[in-house]
Design a binder for this molecule. Sequence first.
Ligand SMILES: N[C@@H](CCC(=O)N[C@@H](CS)C(=O)NCC(=O)O)C(=O)O
Length: 205
Amino acid sequence: MAILYSFRRCPYAMRARMALHVSEIAYEHREIILRDKPASMLKASPKGTVPVFIKDDGKVIDESLDLALWALNQSDPLGWLDGYNAELIEQHDGPFKHHLDRYKYASRYQDDVPRGAVDLNYRAQAEAILLELNQRLEENSFLTGPQQSFTDIAIFPFIRQFAAVEPDWWSSAPLSALREWLSRHLDSELFKSVMTKYPLWVEGA
Ligand SMILES: N[C@@H](CCC(=O)N[C@@H](CS)C(=O)NCC(=O)O)C(=O)O
């Protein structure tokens, strides 16, 4: 049986869990915490990020996009690969994530910034990217057209994180199409089904 090392709140793990779910790949779920990673996970993937997937043939996939693509190439019942836009996803994994981290965790990146403070310069840089997404969503219900694709699935967990930093600001930002798209994804049965709470997996227990 295949194994997935995962962390519930990790946006990379969320996108991978959603792809595994729709492609109906069977696996053992191992819930971990990032500050105490199991030795067996680090042995399979020394870089120490989740998700880590060990296929039933023993091969390891330790990048969320590789894992999602592998799963969807087995079975893609919702046609998610039809709208796969690698460039848009990369813009989010790269520049957007960079700005998000510096907005949300300003004290980790700058001296003399109190813990919990946000950085509005980085919020503005992230918002510029979000305005582009919002424009796409004013034209179509989903990021790459009228149908949901893996591009939506890959990106929305990061927008969820961004939205939660300052909920009051988010609720009045000029991003109403994006807000509506995010709510649709958060309210979906698919998302709920991959946010199940698992007990922590304990090595050797
Ligand atoms: N490029 C990787 C990034 C995965 C990643 O950074 N995951 C975070 C959690 S959201 C992690 O495991 N960080 C390691 C740590 O915080 O120790 C992927 O797409 O799978």
